[in-house]
Design a protein around this ligand. Structure first.
Ligand SMILES: [Zn+2]
Length: 154
């Protein structure tokens, strides 16, 4: 997955701005070989939690839920243009950038990855400091998500 430096900076900025909530968004591109475009999304986890704390016990500080309407619009919009969903990103608050069990569960549709070609970017943010960024992609051989590189272009 290719990402322009300025777009990665935009994700960092969103991570700092939405702290202490996790931020989230979607990445799309004309093809996987071209730099991705960043689509900033709304994390509606707190709204879900307020409405139904039993089904959504976690708050936005430790979880994210992309506004389904935005998710639909962005994914359908990309498909309509013949583009691909190249990735998803979210931030981790005051902890490391790793792919949690919850993150994995979210990325799976039953026992297959929902978007097998998508890269999942996790940004570690402590206050106004972005400390680390990692990316994870599906590996068919190990049937699991593994560390992948973000190809940063200028
Ligand atoms: Zn996470």
């Amino acid at each position: 997955m290719k990402l322009r430096r300025q777009d990665l900076e935009q994700i960092f900025e969103q991570s700092r701005t939405e702290y202490p909530d996790e931020c989230c968004g979607i990445l799309t591109a004309p093809t996987v070989d071209e730099p991705s475009q960043v689509h900033r999304c709304r994390n509606i986890q707190n709204e879900l939690h307020a409405k139904d704390p039993q089904q959504y016990p976690r708050e936005a500080r430790i979880a994210y839920f992309i506004d389904p309407q935005q998710l639909y619009q962005i994914v359908a919009g990309a498909e309509k243009k013949g583009e691909v969903v190249t990735g998803f990103y979210h931030s981790h608050i005051d902890c490391d950038a790793y792919f949690s069990d919850e993150d994995k569960e979210r990325a799976m549709a039953w026992d297959e990855p929902a978007y097998p070609d998508a890269v999942y970017v996790v940004v570690s943010v402590y206050g106004d400091e972005v400390r680390n960024t990692k990316a994870f992609g599906w590996n068919e051989e190990s049937r699991d998500f593994v560390d992948v590189e973000i190809d940063i272009v200028d």
